[in-house]
Ligand binder design. Sequence first.
Ligand code: SAH
Ligand code: F3S
Length: 502
Amino acid sequence: MTKRLWIETVGCQMNVLDSELVVAALRRQGWELATGSGEADAVFYNTCSVRQHAEDKIYSALGRIRFEKEKRPDLVVGVLGCMAQKDQELIRKRAPWVDLVVGPGQLHQVPTLVEGVLAGGGPRLEVSLDRKGASRDAIARSFESYDPDRDPAMRPTPFQAFIRTQTGCDKFCAFCVVPHVRGPEQARAPETIVAEARKLVAEGCREITLIGQTVNSYKWSDGGRTTRLADLLALLDAVEGLDRIKFVTNYPRDMTDDLIAAVRDLPKVCQYLHVPAQHGSDVVLSRMKRGYTIGEYMEMLGRIRTALPEAAVTSDFIVGFCGETDAEFQTSLDLVKSADFKNSFIFKYSPRPGTKAYDRLPDDVPEDVKKERNRLLLDAQEEVSLAGNRRFIGTRHQVLVEGLSTRDERRAVDPGPDGIAQLTGRTMCDRIVVFDAPTRLVGRLVDIDILAAAAWSLAGVVADGLADAEPLDSLRLSGESAEPVELHDISLPISFAEAPRV
Ligand code: SAH
Ligand code: F3S
């Protein structure tokens, strides 16, 4: 009988891609997606360890699935991804009903492991080597890049896809667990990446987002030739049928002039650069071991603004990092007020075992202070974002239509193949735009005249009267304007079957 899988994903785009690939691999073995955990033969959690909060969510989900497992002992419960690598045996100590613990460098083993558990082989733990205590080569080999064949039906939308440029990270920022759980930085060959893009385009994909922890550190050397991100972008820009290329996340020190020039000169590359600053103070940046000063960050930002005056730049900030004083926090606030970021993702510092900050610096900023600083920084960013978005009113922008807006998703609107609904899409500079239009436009590039702006989204009408709907409803933006969550902290109970189809 066909087996059914339910998978829940938290964390970054890397996890969304990993889940897509795991599901695709199991589908090739005859598995189908379940419509809920209650009717699944296997329930997987693809996990994140970047902050404690993400881990807590998984432990409480594991608490809930325990009852299902008690009712149906054959149910396979799996913990995949970063928490599996970080906590290893601890997961089964806290939740002995878990059958599979599989780190991000071992995902290729999932199909065999599930079959083993179903055949009565007992629980399995498969993780990569720890970053301390073995040679770099041995550790790198133990993190296998997981890039099997794609399955277009398994993406949130068929016309957008992530492509991994590299796995892991070697920067070791003092607060960050990623280098520990995702292993050493290892690039994929440019030919492989381009071949994957071609295949995706042949399957109907129009936009690809290159993903790497520090995507702009990408470097591939082969027979005396070195390919960097700028070169890779040029190769991808030449792929016929592809409309848009994005890349995240950038590391400030690796934002070279050739990369900025590539974004300026290659027509398919989106004018959108996510380059996290993390903090506004040199002293804190040095405690964070980020490897640059605010002066250097501003110099880099200046080069972007000169070459790409239209580009949207976004950032991440951590508030309440070890020892952060009021005066130090003020520098982050000043940076947000002056840098004109399109938006910033703001996080309260969460100490992560295994990191330098955890070992050496006390987590001494009280929770309520962290909360207050988070709010202040978000409020400041909201003001900047709103002012930035208001500059768009009265302009025309090409939008890739992604699907129903969250408002209409909430209402479960089903207007039928030619019906009008509130749709959402993004400009080349990654701004979210909502507008009323026929759902058949999903997956297409459409010109939109912008008529209204909120902090995190714009609203408009299809240019040249393509849509015959009254646009007024789209202009009420208040309900749309939650804080930005699209880049990190994705929490996705995957039922891709419901994704909009072109
Ligand atoms: N380079 C990665 C970074 C992953 S972590 C990327 O692809 O974005 C994402 C963001 O989480 C970081 O930029 C940082 O702002 C935040 N972060 C990382 N570790 C954290 C911690 N211990 N506490 C709070 N926020 C953290
Ligand atoms: Fe983390 Fe710093 Fe790498 S934030 S992912 S260690 S660049």
